[in-house]
Design a protein around this ligand. Structure first.
Ligand code: G3P
Length: 217
């Protein structure tokens, strides 16, 4: 499973990138707001840092305007992925932009039918939002499973990009189901390293080591 970082925090992305943990980056208007930075400036910086796809989202709601914004965002760098919302206009823009050979990430997906339409429109990535479904007492992971089944049934090449990931457990479940990509905030990716028994075991080893009176260096 590829790891994308769902953030525009350049320092946090760089830290993970140095460890080889970053296969791409996703942003959205809320993430740009949180960064406090200019969209073009911060996205360019991220694109220079990371080799993989960097999603930048349009804010227009009508297809022609989405296409114009998408083309403008794509000028930032070669690894830009244009992020479009899963609306009828978004699907029209997806078809046009992917026909031009551009990468497109169709976002705000909440059903397998929406994912099927995005694949038909040529999407490079589909972003089902797990956490937001869980928030309303639905099962976000069930959606990832359904999309995996539908795409595998027909050999669609659109990559499932599990989004709105809120916990390390979400990462594990997405990997078990076979999501192609999971995008998560840096703290969630780092939390995957945590285990209470690792902490307990390390404390015991260090305590015993101290009793030996030895040093390694
Ligand atoms: O990738 C989409 C993601 O940013 C949404 O996450 O936590 O705002 O639902 P969240």
């Amino acid at each position: 499973m590829k790891f994308f970082v769902d953030s525009a925090d350049v320092a946090a992305i760089a830290e993970l990138n140095d460890l080889g943990m970053v296969d791409g980056v996703t942003t959205n208007p809320s993430i740009i707001l949180k960064s406090g930075r200019d969209i073009t400036e911060v996205t360019k910086e991220i694109c220079e840092l990371v080799d993989g796809p960097v999603s930048a989202e349009v804010v227009a709601t009508e297809a022609d305007a989405m296409i114009a914004e998408g083309r403008k965002l794509a000028e930032i760098a070669d690894n830009i992925t244009i992020k479009l919302p899963l609306t009828w206009d978004g699907l029209k823009a997806c078809k046009t932009l992917t026909d031009e050979g551009r990468m497109v990430n169709v976002t705000l997906c909440f059903s397998a039918n929406q994912a099927l339409l995005a694949a038909k429109a040529g999407a490079t990535f589909i972003s089902p939002f797990i956490g937001r479904l869980d928030d309303i007492n639905l099962d976000g992971m069930e959606l990832i499973e359904d999309i995996r089944t539908v795409y595998d049934n027909y050999g669609f090449e659109t990559q499932i990009l599990a989004a709105s990931i809120r916990s390390a457990n979400h990462m594990k479940e997405a990997a078990l189901i076979g999501a192609d990509v999971a995008t998560a905030p840096p703290n969630v990716i780092k939390a995957m390293a945590n285990h209470v028994l690792t902490d307990k075991g390390l404390a015991a080893f260090l305590s015993d080591w101290e009793k030996t009176g030895q040093t390694i260096l």
